[in-house]
Design a protein around this ligand. Structure first.
Ligand code: ADP
Ligand code: GLC
Length: 485
């Protein structure tokens, strides 16, 4: 059988627009699938940065009205991706963040903005572009969650659908009164349709109506079927467990390559780990930290949110400093946490450095220069920063949840011997448990030979997209060949 063709639908795609790991996945999976013979086109909103990066793109379809204004579909090739850009100025021509305005509040028309994305996806799925009629429409997260719904309610001849959950915490819920405006039939507003606790649930719709569901790690696939992690959707997910799989994310190992990383003053690989020292010095200098503390330098690259356990880390800073260790943090998010880390860096000059903001070069320097990366997430669908850390020989100190548990194995004595340990794990996500594990990291770090061994294990981990891409390709093939429901 020839390989199926796929329309991937996502609200952010690296390097064009990114607020988190979704963009990394949406940007890196299609090229990895190309190596498996699967042709993917990616549909994304025409935010200003996206239109800028795809100037000269070819208009291939036009709507007089799409959720309140005229819109066009532009075909372009950029950043190694075949793109379909939804150019709808009334929805996307605004500066800043894709989801929130300058005041930090959700754009008031997010319901229309992401319904339009899903509607465009469904129409491409039904063949409005004769040159590209996909076998499969693959929707990522709530912003694309209505695509399987539009296809489900739009008639029998349709492509097959896949819904991937990158984070169950973001569900996209909007008033039920919008149903007609969004172009959904009245009978869609039911328990087995788009209705969710009296609202229209975009993610819920995709989870209820897509042919196949995936999430980004096997452990998270299990966790979200429980009330503790299910965020209100565990019942539905148990019901649909038979069509759901967990496929671990990878990272782009060309882009995240310590041997060629342009952001690192001193490139290195597993054979030249000692070269990391110069990066560590540069990192300390950039963050104004004392040059040699005789203890490890811990790093953090994260959204500053409750999910990421950043309040627990902040609470642990005095103990971390008491261990003689240093901390560098690059992050942005909740204002109380931003202020908290700024205050911690003033309280411990030379020992704690915080850069509040989203900064690609700082993120790379932390990965290339810190000794260990702290990832204290309360839940983590997959997590990419620990994968980057492994690749860079930065030992992850991570909570034992979700994708972190699937990718980090604890360096206890049992694991170190058969070369399985590549990091440190802790549970539960409390300051006590974190600090005990930081202590363990400090003493492992003092044992130079053991630490080197850990770094070698970490850097040998397979964190690329080849293996996951094979799993997605197999899923697409199986789905394309299976009879329509
Ligand atoms: P999530 O998507 O939940 O935020 P992931 O670990 O999957 O978490 O992905 C986060 C991505 O965003 C990684 O590529 C990470 O390097 C990047 N990142 C997070 N915070 C920052 C920041 N402040 N500056 C630069 N990159 C960041
Ligand atoms: C989400 C999750 C993160 C995951 C990323 C990419 O943002 O929070 O764990 O790695 O999506 O799938």
């Amino acid at each position: 059988m020839t390989a199926p063709t796929v329309l991937s639908v996502a609200s952010e795609v690296f390097p064009l627009v990114k607020t988190g790991g979704l963009a990394d996945v949406a940007g890196a999976l299609p090229p990895a699938l190309a190596a498996e013979g699967v042709a993917v086109r990616t549909l994304l909103p025409g935010y200003p940065a996206v239109l800028e990066a795809t100037r000269g793109a070819e208009p291939v379809h036009a709507w007089a009205q799409l959720q309140g204004g005229p819109a066009r579909l532009l075909a372009a090739r950029a950043a190694g991706l075949d793109l379909l850009v939804l150019d709808a100025p009334h929805l996307y021509a605004r500066p800043g963040n894709p989801y929130v305005g300058d005041d930090g509040k959700e754009w008031p028309d997010n319901a229309q903005r992401f319904a339009a994305l899903s509607l465009a996806a469904a129409q491409v799925g039904r063949g409005i572009l004769p040159a590209f009629v996909p076998d499969i429409v693959h929707a990522h997260d709530w912003q694309a969650g209505l695509a399987p719904a539009y296809l489900h309610y739009g008639g029998a001849r349709r492509p097959r659908t896949v819904m991937t959950v990158h984070n169950l915490a973001f569900q996209g819920q909007f008033p039920g009164t919008l149903l007609a405006e969004l172009g959904l039939p009245a009978h869609a507003f039911s328990m087995d349709g788009v209705e969710y606790f009296g609202t229209i649930g975009y993610l819920k719709a995709g989870l209820a109506l897509a042919d196949r569901l995936t999430t980004v790690s096997p452990r998270y696939a299990m966790e979200i079927r429980t009330p503790e992690f299910g965020m209100g959707l565990d019942g539905l997910l148990r019901h649909r467990a038979g069509v759901m799989t967990g496929i671990l994310n990878g990272i782009d190992t060309e882009y995240w390559n310590p041997a060629t990383d342009p952001y690192l003053p001193s490139p290195f690989d597993a054979k030249r780990v000692a070269n990391r020292e110069a990066n560590k010095a540069a990192l300390r200098e950039r963050f104004g930290l004392d040059p040699d503390a005789g203890a490890p330098l811990f790093g953090v690259v994260s959204r500053l949110t409750w999910q990421k356990g950043m309040d627990v880390l902040l609470e642990s800073v005095p103990d971390l400093v008491a261990l003689g260790a240093q901390l560098v943090l690059v992050g942005s998010g909740e204002s109380a946490l931003e202020a908290g880390f700024r205050a911690a860096s003033s309280a411990y000059p030379g020992l704690v450095g915080a850069m509040v903001g989203f900064d690609e070069s700082a993120a790379h320097l932390v990965q290339g220069g810190a000794d260990a990366l702290i990832v204290p997430s309360r839940f983590e669908p997959c997590g990419l920063t620990q994968l980057c850390a492994l690749r860079y020989g930065t030992i992850p100190v991570a909570a034992r949840v979700g994708g972190l548990a699937d990718t980090v194995s604890d360096a206890n004595e049992m694991a170190l011997v058969p070369s399985a340990g590549n990091g440190l794990q802790f549970a539960p996500v409390t300051s006590e448990a974190l600090v005990l594990t930081l202590e363990r990291a400090v003493s492992l770090w003092r044992d130079r030979a053991t630490w080197r061994r850990l770094q070698q294990h970490a850097m040998a981990a397979d964190v690329g997209w080849r293996r996951p891409a094979k799993q997605y390709a197999a899923l697409y093939r199986e789905l394309a060949a299976s009879p329509a429901a």
